[in-house]
Design a protein around this ligand. Sequence first.
Ligand code: AMP
Length: 141
Amino acid sequence: MGYDNDNIFAKILRGEIPSHKICEDDETFAFMDIMPRGPGHSLVIPKKPARNILDVDPASLAAVMRTVQKVGRATMNAFDAPGLTIQQFNETEGGQVVFHLHVHVIPRFAGVALKPPAGPMEDPKVLAENAARISAALEVA
Ligand code: AMP
């Protein structure tokens, strides 16, 4: 399976469709998931095209995981979350829906289950507020 240049995250990286950005560097981009499985759910993606973990360049994967760690710590601080779930899916049978590598970063709280995937779209105002909250926590980290 190859990489489709017109997948939705490629369009986000090109600025063709909007996103609620948390941060970016030369190799990675972090933004809010529009159908969050909990408040503060974000995604980290490589800028270099990769379908999933099976074809990603190892240096690009390492950069993604560095950003996952930073965003994960900032998210826990921003939401005062005692736990953090990191998820990553590969191919349709593995649960992947968007075919540009992405890692889910989800703050977790005692007794609160994850909402099902593909739930309702979050209010853009809430997504913008949550992105700003995580960004601000990155600054003080
Ligand atoms: P998966 O491929 O199963 O890891 O899931 C793709 C994720 O991308 C889901 O959690 C969706 O809610 C999320 N998603 C889909 N479209 C967008 C978008 N335009 N902006 C942000 N997140 C998105």
